[in-house]
Design a protein around this ligand. Structure first.
Ligand code: 4AD
Ligand code: MG
Length: 441
């Protein structure tokens, strides 16, 4: 009978039918008169069995992993102990090689063996992503992005695409990537926030999924030079509204992801302990966090006890989340350690209406705040920070033409994934990570 061409995600639908499947040899086990192939096509895996005369052909005898192949035959259910993915197996009656892959020392699994050094793995990221773990993380990533878009649709936010090439900074001049834009100085965007703010009077509440760029010299587990930034901005809200909205978005997104049939079981495979976080998230002010760190004898970056006004550095933050073990909204950071645009807390002018969301194992995954809505105050903030207001005229205009109390936040997608998938570093959560010294492949 004629064979129907199928994708491996549809294996079960075609049981007992004659099909042709095309893909890459993921695993290979050769026995006397039997060749077991685990075939991979990106949508799933299928165990295929060559037997009898098929195993005696030159192509079967020289088969290697990662070779592309078309296999014809009938799909049938098999007992669980056969370890066939999905409990199905294809009995081949014919096969054809499409593209061979090298064996021996050049076999992928020799180049990027689990104990290969990290540089070799990152040089060969294009091969690493064919592996079980890396491809699962990328699949969860796609699901999380779909889940965010669904959550934002539920909550009535509209998606926009702000520019990557800009002439203003958002999060400090020291991490700007500068480039020559037809003879003018320009930068790669650090955050789309300022552009989202300009959309409020036009489109209402908005969000974007956009790359952000930071020239971060430091080599850490959670800093990339390019990362995917999910940002949202909301008009006519209070600081409390902002926190509640953020909690809602995170929880909805996790729920949608865990329920996504396209990645069934993947999160549990990567991170068996992962559970959707309980609500409400712990809310702790910066001042209380400093007291907590002093009480627990966790020092600041200089090795001294923490003082009000200190940055809570990555190590201290990680200790906090490890001890507390739950998501934390850390709020009301001092003006001095936060960005120029943040609104002050009317009940304590030393601090801002700001929030970082910290997750166990990673630390900060979200940064957000209410924005300065008053024109004079913003002009003062430019002056205080030594920023020339000229290139910001369009941002300043939001305060001139009908200002509004508003706020928003940015979520680092790779950091969120490091938490969900329990990855040691955000580099594992990016398709092709970029950091100091790495811009290839
Ligand atoms: O805290 P950040 O710098 O805040 C902003 O950019 C705001 N303008 C966002 C806004 O309010 N619309 O960055 C937000 C988040 C961080 O919490 C972190 O998760 C992620 O972006 N992030 C990075 N992720 C990977 N590598 C880096 N170098 C990152 N820098 C920030
Ligand atoms: Mg931050």
């Amino acid at each position: 009978p004629k064979a129907v061409s199928i994708k491996l995600r549809d294996t079960v639908k075609h049981r007992e039918a004659r099909v042709v499947v095309r893909g890459w040899v993921h695993r290979l086990r050769v026995q006397k008169n039997l060749v077991f192939i685990t075939l991979r096509d990106g949508t799933g895996y299928l165990q295929c069995l060559l037997s009898g005369d098929l195993t005696k052909t030159y192509d079967a005898l020289t088969l290697t992993v990662e070779t592309t192949i078309a296999i014809y035959g009938v799909i049938s259910p098999v007992p669980e102990e056969n370890h066939a993915p999905d409990g199905h197996e294809l009995h081949a009656d014919y096969f054809q090689i499409i593209g061979k892959a090298p064996g021996g020392d050049d076999t992928i699994s020799n180049i990027v063996a689990p104990n290969a050094d990290p540089q070799t793995k990152y040089d060969n990221r294009h091969l690493v992503i064919r592996g079980d773990v890396a491809s699962s993380v990328l699949r969860v990533r796609a699901s999380v992005l779909r889940a965010f878009r669904k959550s934002y649709e539920d909550l009535g936010l509209l998606e926009v695409t702000p520019p990557c090439m800009v002439q203003t900074q958002v999060e400090g001049g020291s991490t700007l990537f500068e480039f020559n834009y037809y003879g003018e100085k320009a930068y790669l965007t650090q955050s789309s926030q300022l552009y989202l703010e300009t959309c409020l009077p036009s489109l209402g509440d908005v969000f974007c999924v956009q790359e952000s760029f930071r020239a971060e010299r430091s080599l850490t587990r959670r800093h990339l030079s390019e990362y995917t930034h999910i940002e949202a901005e909301l008009a006519f809200i209070t600081f409390d509204d902002l926190l509640n909205h953020l909690e809602e978005v995170i929880c909805r997104t996790i729920d949608y992801t865990l329920a996504d049939p396209l990645i069934k079981g993947k999160v549990a495979e990567l991170n068996p302990k992962f559970k959707a976080p309980g609500r409400p998230f712990i809310r702790m002010t910066y001042a209380d966090a400093i007291n907590w760190l002093v009480e627990k004898n966790i020092p600041n970056e200089e090795g001294e006890p923490h003082n009000f006004g200190d940055d809570i550095a990555e190590a201290a933050e990680r200790k906090m989340t490890d001890v507390i073990g739950k998501p934390i909204f850390l709020t009301k950071f001092p003006v001095k350690i936060k960005a120029f645009y943040m609104k002050r807390d009317p009940t304590d002018l030393r601090v801002t209406e700001s929030v970082d969301c910290l997750m166990p194992g990673v630390g900060e995954i979200v940064g957000g705040s209410m924005r300065m809505e008053n024109l004079e105050e913003l002009m003062g903030a430019y002056a205080r920070e030594g920023i020339s207001p000229d290139p910001y005229y369009w941002f300043t205009d939001q305060r001139k033409y009908g200002t509004s109390p508003h706020g928003g936040y940015g979520i680092g997608l790779e950091r969120l994934l490091a938490w969900i998938c329990d990855r040691y570093t955000v580099k594992e959560c990016s398709l092709y990570p970029r950091w100091t010294g790495r811009c290839t492949p």
